[in-house]
Design a protein around this ligand. Structure first.
Ligand SMILES: Cc1ncc(C[n+]2csc(CCOP(=O)(O)OP(=O)(O)O)c2C)c(N)n1
Ligand SMILES: [Mg+2]
Length: 887
């Protein structure tokens, strides 16, 4: 259908005049209403009116509706200019000798005003009157944040000089890392996409705390800064609809649309601002575009014919970028010069004036107006799409150029231009050495800076390291798990759910437990919790659930305790991180338990799990239905035999693969004690399984050894003194095969076996490395012994280990096993079958453990090799069986 050609301009004029008059006399709401009615009527009559989520390529807030910037703009500009200078000085000086250390200049220069207006007027630090706003700062803009902290007197010159030099302490981390600067940085954002995702769930978790009456978060905002390139990440976009659906009006995204990412333009052939506008509007967000600075206002006001807007809309980002890498004359020629009438509009302007037509994101008045509108907006999250220039002020060294992202050098001539452009008080000598600049302590600038932050409650960013210590339940509270199941068969998953139920009912801390599930509650047998504790929903439940008449119906509730995240592991993980850091962000320790299919844990959200360590999360991750052969019917993509290897890569993640419910109880109680009573910055990964078996009572005095990772489960009873001996190790469900193998060994071959339960090979290895390191550095002192050496040193016979994980799991302790060590594991892709068949296939069942033990004894010369051959025959093992790791 022809829609662009105007067949009757007179008629068009009449309609437009009518619109103008309504707008003038009855206001924008009425105009909006009438337009909506017209579109609905046209559609009802069968006219196709295509959906467009875009508004014109203009600022969302027209000049006459802008909230006025209340500050002293001249002083603010001087402060901002000094911050700009110090930010680039940090990077230039770090790279003076060589470029080995790296750093970024161009990104912060494009974002300086966006941060400055926030710090100066909006972002409240925690104080007696306010819980504090939470700011997710773009990772590689860190030099600008350090530069401000330096001006405020929070960082020393020495620290700035140690940017990216952290080994000797007192240095500044390259990016926001709470692990490395625990009193400064709050959120690890530099892995693109994680900041936006975590910010959304943070905002929702603040609502959760508030609705459940755990903390007053009513007036707190979450601000997330991201680049326009960063919005390419699926993680950046993936939770937008959740934010819209949950009406997170405590959330503000600021997207710095400098039109460039690392290699070049973000959308050279299109317009990133328009693309993002449509996406965010579609997801239910309030969108505020800040495209043009105030120097454009008169031109836009003159544009009654729409030729300027037409040009603005047809121009693509690649061209906009190109203009800002050139000069005023070039912009006159190539932007305005396209149309004689347009060129005439700027005929009286000099090239300099054309060059100074500023972009919205560089205009403090426009940015202020956008922020003021955003914080007032109710019922929706807000995104501010601010157009800027990458490398703003860098001139020939990189302004608007494709190379600018990685530019770490600026020559003297360019620095002089920078100085003049921002009217910086820098002598030629200072310029040569790229000196850091400060205002005199009693200067109006310093007074202004201090007064602004004082009015907003103190300096930011700042991180709370500790909160209140909780009184955690003693081990005796877990009595039901410690005494064994007395004949009943249950899974460790069921034991875990029982523990969770007990903790949820705990009078002191029950309300702090946050069960989190990604649409998997029924898989773990947690559906009973729905009715009792409720699923959190800000709206409550607008419908009667289908199963309302049942005891355990599906209950959504405003004060619900469970976070049911849908089929969304990254979102659930982001929720868990928000809860696990609530001690820091809200001074309200929470105890999250996130349960997931273990294979969809670390390998699915590995980068978030790493960030969780960095941000000093405290909480429990529960890898459900774990074990390559234990989750038997779900095949290759579900059967996990390696999550413990990934969790072991995270230095402050403590992992366990328990077999019995008392082990689980001891581990969880100790975790509660370490994380919530002692406030250690660690988190737990525990695997639980869905195989039902009987659980014995806890043997006496094994608690400490369970926590260390290994204890003697059963002492082998020798019929005679000469009987050969072996040490059998196992974890998880496979420990039960190991226990059975001990019986086969003694009954079929007269070999005596001691059985060890090893809930954590990972913790054993960590401790052994520490002991070994101490011994190396203290060679003349009495050597210390690792727990592995202590356990196995005084025993006899070769050592055999089997788990439901890859061999590397048990191999972790090889260096400290004092004798011959054979390891069995489930290397290779999983597949579906009965557990019994799978354990034979992967060669981890009782027969294979027995054969491995006999072979080790034969290799030692304790028994004849023919005994091993007899066993292979006896148990029907095929010597030509293909290697399961390869098929
Ligand atoms: C997951 C991930 N991939 C790649 C990078 C490397 N990286 C850092 S900044 C950057 C470009 C960012 O562009 P944009 O988001 O537009 O930010 P700008 O610097 O333009 O403000 C890239 C690719 C990263 N930090 N994280
Ligand atoms: Mg960018």
């Amino acid at each position: 259908m022809e829609t662009t050609r105007d067949l009757d301009p007179l008629e068009t004029r009449e309609w437009l005049d009518a619109l103008t008059s309504v707008l003038e006399f009855e206001g924008p709401e009425r105009t909006h209403f009438l337009l909506d009615e017209l579109v609905i009527e046209a559609r009802r009559k069968g006219t196709p009116v295509p959906y467009s989520a875009n508004t014109p390529y203009l600022n969302t807030i027209p000049p006459d509706r802008e909230a006025r910037h209340p500050g002293d703009r001249a002083i603010e500009q001087r402060i901002r200019s000094l911050i700009r200078w110090n930010a680039l000085a940090i990077v230039l000086r770090a790279n003076k000798e060589s470029s080995e250390l790296g750093g970024h200049i161009a990104s912060f220069q494009s974002a300086a005003t966006l941060y400055d207006i926030g710090f100066g007027h909006f972002w409240r630090a925690p104080s007696a009157h306010h819980g504090g706003d939470l700011i997710y700062i773009q990772g590689h803009s860190s030099p600008g944040i350090y530069a401000r902290a330096f001006l405020e007197g929070r960082l020393t010159e020495e620290q700035l000089l140690n940017f990216r030099q952290e080994v000797d302490g007192n240095g500044l981390s390259s990016y926001p890392h709470p692990w490395l600067m625990p009193e400064f940085w709050q959120f690890p954002t530099v892995s693109m996409g994680l900041g936006p995702l975590m910010a959304i769930y943070q905002a929702r978790f603040l609502k959760y705390l508030h609705h459940r009456g755990l903390a007053d978060t009513e007036d707190r905002k979450v601000w997330a800064f991201t680049g326009d390139g960063e919005m390419d990440e699926p993680e950046s976009l993936g939770a937008l609809s959740l934010a819209g659906r949950e009406r997170l009006d405590n959330l503000i995204f600021v997207i710095n649309c400098n039109l460039q990412r690392l290699d070049g333009p973000v959308r050279g052939n299109g317009k990133i601002i328009q693309e993002l506008e449509a996406l965010f509007r579609g997801a239910g967000w309030n969108v505020i575009k800040v495209i043009w600075g105030r120097r454009w206002d008169p031109l836009i006001a003159q544009d009654t014919s729409g030729i300027l807007l037409k040009r603005m809309e047809e121009c693509v980002d690649g061209e906009y970028q190109d203009f800002k890498s050139k000069n005023g004359a070039y912009v006159r020629e190539h932007f305005f010069g396209k149309d004689p009438a347009l060129k005439a509009m700027v005929a009286s302007m000099s090239d300099e004036q054309i060059w100074s037509l500023n972009r919205g994101g560089h205009d403090p008045t426009k940015v202020f107006a956008a922020y003021a509108a955003a914080v007032k907006h109710e019922g929706q999250p807000t995104v501010i799409l601010a157009k800027t220039v990458k490398g703003y002020g860098m001139g020939e060294a990189g302004e608007g150029q494709n190379i600018t992202h990685q530019q770490k050098k600026m020559g003297e001539a360019v620095l002089k231009e920078f100085r003049d452009r921002f009217s910086l008080p820098i002598s030629d000598d200072q310029l040569k050495e790229v000196a850091f600049l400060r205002f005199a302590d009693d200067s109006p600038e310093m007074e202004y800076l201090r007064a602004r932050r004082a009015a907003l409650g103190g300096s930011l960013p700042a991180r709370r390291r500790r909160s209140v210590s909780l009184e955690v339940p003693p081990l005796s509270a877990f009595e039901a798990q410690l005494k064994g199941t007395e004949g009943r068969k249950i899974s460790t998953t069921m034991a875990l759910v029982r523990i969770l139920n007990m903790l949820l009912r705990d009078k002191k801390n029950g309300t702090r437990i946050v069960p989190i599930v990604p649409d998997e509650s029924r898989t773990f047998g947690m559906e009973g919790m729905f009715r009792q504790f409720g699923i959190f929903s800000q709206i409550g439940q607008l419908y009667q659930p289908e199963d309302a008449k049942q005891l355990m119906y599906y209950k959504e509730d405003k004060t619900g305790q469970i976070l049911q995240e849908g089929i969304n592991e990254p979102g659930a993980m982001a929720s868990w991180i928000a809860a696990a850091t609530s001690y820091s962000t809200s001074d309200t320790p929470m105890i999250p338990f996130y349960l997931f299919y273990s294979i969809f844990g670390f390998q699915r959200v590995g980068d978030l799990a790493w960030a969780a360590g960095d941000v000093r999360s405290r909480g429990f991750l529960i890898g459900g239905t774990a074990g390559r052969t234990t989750l038997n019917g779900e095949g290759l993509q579900h059967e996990d035999g390696h999550s413990h290897l990934i969790s072991a890569t995270i230095p402050n993640c403590i992992s366990y693969d328990p077999t019995f419910s008392y082990e689980l109880a001891v581990i969880i109680q100790d975790g509660l004690r370490r994380m919530y009573e002692k406030q250690e910055d660690v988190y737990y990964y525990i695997t639980v399984m869905n195989e039902n078996y009987e659980h014995p009572a806890m043997p006496d005095g094994v608690e400490d050894a369970i926590i260390k990772g290994m204890y003697r489960f059963k002492q082998g009873q020798a019929g005679s003194k000469e009987a050969p001996r072996v040490q059998l190790l196992g974890s998880g469900t496979i420990l039960r095969e190991v226990i059975a193998a001990a019986d086969l060994l003694v009954n079929d071959f007269g070999v005596v076996a001691d059985v060890w339960s090893v809930p954590s090979f990972t913790e054993l290895r960590r401790e052994a490395i520490e002991v070994e390191r101490w011994n190396t550095l203290h060679p003349t002192e009495t050597p210390r012994k690792s727990h592995v050496e202590t356990c196995l040193g005084e025993r006899e016979g070769p050592v055999i280990a089997a788990t439901d994980y890859m061999r590397l799991m048990a191999d972790q302790i090889r260096a400290w096993v004092p004798r011959r060590y054979r390891v069995l594991g489930t290397d290779g892709f999983g597949r579906s079958d009965y557990r019994k068949k799978l354990r034979h296939f992967f060669e981890v069942d009782r027969h294979w453990v027995t054969v491995a033990a006999l072979k080790a004894l034969a290799d030692e010369g304790t028994i004849q090799a023919s005994v091993v051959a007899d066993a292979i025959k006896k148990y029907g093992l095929d010597p030509e069986k293909p290697n399961p790791a390869k098929v």
